[in-house]
Design a protein around this ligand. Structure first.
Ligand code: GTP
Length: 367
């Protein structure tokens, strides 16, 4: 690899890195998809880190080219200290050979503790020689934000370290609720401008070029978290632990269900409604790419705690995709068997009802 620093717009400059974070389902991919369409973000490389072994973001991020890199799922500290640095190093090598990259955006998993990411970006010698941490943009879902801040310390950290706080889903939230959440965020991070993005719509210049990251301007805890992280990295630079990549802690885990045959939307929708109504606090995230009966195009679904977003029909199946339905769940205190049993039972019941309604004793499409 060349030792020369990367070239940005012809000059030898450190490349700004924006960290895009926010709890599960806050709207990071939505905002990123919008940002990447903007001319100001031409020549931006995107590094995505998803929680759980089987992610779907590679199918949901609209721009997937050589400059979008999916970091391997796994223990976040290992991912960050290994994969993130490796991805940045590979990118620097490509830039040294003449590839033009003017900015990097790192989209973290919603469960990410931002401290190891920031610590890596601010202290790894290789990273420092070619990149500079420009800013941390933290999205906070206005609909679920208060409950999330109450239950998840990662979300508190994400808000406290931010250079820009962005409230999403204010279109779904009563103004009084937004005001209470805003006051709480102000208390956690008085220095960061508090912005709003609806469906990812926001002027890029409000998020970019925040200046060098400065932890001294943040809540005193931020300096402490970063120092603790630096100490850990020094004490245990090569710890050899093998975390289950699908488990965040003793309560939160991820799994993916796949279905070979097209699914009946009625059964699935009813079940999702029941699940989010009755166990919403446990359903941190549901993300699906579905092959539905009678539908040629794939349908994306998103659930975040008690909130279920309207399904979206995507343009087409990705090239070479096997067109199986995939549903990724990230659950807290709810086991896989309960969810899987319920889903299969509802899908089967909807199929039976369709058979009865068709009146010919044959499942639709097979007679
Ligand atoms: N109504 C409304 N929906 C939104 C808004 N922002 C995002 N969404 C929806 O929220 C759901 C989750 O959005 P994503 O962009 O996938 O969230 P994410 O933070 O990338 O999710 P993870 O990567 O799983 O943590 C999708 O259905 C989006 O369409 C918003 O401002 N208003």
């Amino acid at each position: 690899m060349s030792d020369t620093a990367p070239r940005a717009s012809g000059a030898t400059l450190p490349i700004p890195v924006t960290v895009l974070t926010g709890f599960l389902g806050a709207g990071k991919t939505t905002l990123l998809n919008r940002l990447l369409k903007h001319p100001a973000l031409r020549d931006t490389a995107v590094l995505i880190n998803e929680f759980g072994e089987i992610g779907l973001d590679h199918l949901l991020v609209e721009r997937l080219d050589g400059d979008t890199v999916l970091l391997n799922a796994g223990c976040l500290c290992c991912t960050v200290r290994g994969d993130l640095v490796r991805a940045l190093r590979d990118l620097a090598a490509r830039i040294a050979k003449g590839h033009v990259i003017r900015r990097v955006v790192v989209e973290t998993t919603g469960l990410a503790d931002p401290a190891p990411i920031l610590q890596t970006l601010m202290s790894d010698p290789l990273v420092l020689s070619r990149y500079r941490l420009d800013g941390v943009v933290t999205l906070v879902d206005a609909a679920n934000g208060m409950a999330t801040l109450d239950a998840q310390p990662e979300a508190v950290k994400q808000a406290a370290v931010a250079d820009r706080l962005v409230l999403t889903k204010t279109d779904l939230t009563a103004p009084e609720q937004v005001a209470v959440l805003s006051a709480r965020l102000r208390g956690l991070n008085p220095g960061a401008p508090l912005l709003e993005a609806r469906q990812g719509e926001i002027a890029p210049d409000t998020l970019l070029d925040c200046g060098l990251y400065d932890a001294t301007r943040k809540h005193p805890d931020v300096r402490r978290w970063l120092d603790a992280e630096a100490w850990q990295a020094q004490e245990h630079p090569h710890h050899h632990h093998h975390h289950d990549p699908n488990r965040h802690d003793s309560r939160i885990h991820a799994f993916c269900l796949t279905f070979d045959a097209p699914l009946p939307w009625d059964g699935l929708a009813t079940w999702l409604e029941v699940l989010t109504m009755t166990r919403g606090e446990s359903v941190l995230r549901v993300k699906g790419l579905l092959n539905l009966e009678g539908e040629d195009r794939p349908v994306a679904i998103h659930g975040v705690q008690h909130l279920f977003h309207p399904p979206v029909k995507l343009e087409r199946w990705p090239e070479g995709d096997d067109r199986r339905s995939r549903l990724v769940f990230i659950l807290r205190d709810l086991d896989r068997a309960t969810v899987e049993r319920g889903l299969r039972a509802f899908a089967e019941s909807a199929r039976q009802q369709a058979v009865i309604a068709a009146g010919d004793g044959q499942p639709p499409g097979t007679g």
